[in-house]
Design a protein around this ligand. Structure first.
Ligand code: ATP
Ligand code: MG
Length: 279
């Protein structure tokens, strides 16, 4: 047994356990990757004909060694980078298709708007207040009027315990508050899927918890999420499925209880032993 003691509080939703135990159900068609191929230059393949399925009620946690392509996967899903081959379907519709060797983007912009992403490093606009950061995209991308966008911003800030920070500037916020504002900003577009790329790895421990709690709250609200994290305890608490990637491939995937207790593949076991030991 590799991981048995919990450090973080699991989702308090009473149905959580039931959801986790129903994981053996067939993989869904909310997100489907089919033979996706992506390389940087000729030699560095980061997605090596990768295939993956995700259900709308999944919280997929992606783990793997540094440089294994986890961020690349999320950046591709966010439409920030193209792929050279394969296909990605989102909600059953073609979303991204492989292009030529240049990896130029072929993406459905309408579907792209339904995905939100939060990055490891703070990405708030420093010259805008929290409110300014939150309403920018809804006004520009969705064409929402300012009053409606402001009302929506208040709603999300209140939900994330940040209502008093409406007029603050990013420089006046702690790291944890900045990341919570970044999450609120992504939620403003009311995405159907949220991507989180190591959003707590630059934070002090007490701030890690406040950001993780927000993510657990989203999990209770059944938000579909793909989370890249090196925090295996959090991974086990929030995931419905864990995906171990190495060398651009999915080496193993499964329910967190199985993956962390008895990984099947040697490569997964070696990785988990290493990171849990370092933990
Ligand atoms: N724009 C780029 N151009 C060239 N190479 C890149 C680019 N972005 C990433 N890479 C390389 O692709 C590989 C995969 O990078 P990626 O950031 O996806 O890994 P990761 O799994 O997220 O790693 P980490 O756990 O350290 O964040 C790395 O070797 C990285 O150096
Ligand atoms: Mg990364």
């Amino acid at each position: 047994m590799l991981l048995s003691q919990t450090q973080a509080q699991p989702v308090s939703n009473p149905t959580y356990g039931a959801k986790v135990s129903s994981l053996s159900a067939a993989a869904g068609d909310f997100v489907q990757l089919r033979n996706v191929y992506k390389s940087y230059g000729e030699n560095l393949v980061v997605m090596d004909r990768m295939s993956l399925d995700m259900r709308a009620d999944d919280r997929l946690v992606v783990i793997g060694p540094s440089g294994s392509g986890k961020s690349s996967l999320l950046r591709v899903l966010m439409g920030l980078e193209g792929v050279q081959g394969g296909e990605i379907m989102f909600q059953g519709k073609p979303y991204i298709r492989g292009a030529d060797q240049s990896g130029s983007k072929r993406i459905d912009a309408k579907l792209q708007k339904q995905i939100g992403m939060v990055f490891q490093h703070y990405t708030l606009f420093p010259h805008l207040s929290v409110l300014g950061n939150l309403i920018l995209a809804p006004v520009k991308v969705l064409g929402l009027n300012k009053a409606d966008a402001t009302e929506r911003a208040r709603k999300y800030l209140a939900r994330l315990g940040l209502e008093s920070k409406l007029n603050a500037y990013p420089s006046q916020l702690s790291g944890g508050q900045k990341q919570r504002v970044a999450i609120a900003r992504a939620l403003m577009l009311e995405p159907k899927l949220m991507l989180f790329d190591e959003v707590t790895s630059a934070l002090d421990p007490e701030m890690v918890i406040e950001v993780q709690n927000v993510m657990l709250q989203l999990a209770e609200q059944k938000m579909a999420m793909i989370i890249v994290t090196h925090d295996m305890h959090f991974a086990r608490d929030i995931a419905t499925r864990v995906v171990f990637c190495a060398s651009g491939k999915v080496v193993e995937e499964g329910a967190p209880a199985d993956m962390f207790k008895c990984p099947k593949e040697t490569r997964t076991r070696e990785f988990l032993e290493k990171v849990l030991y370092l933990d």
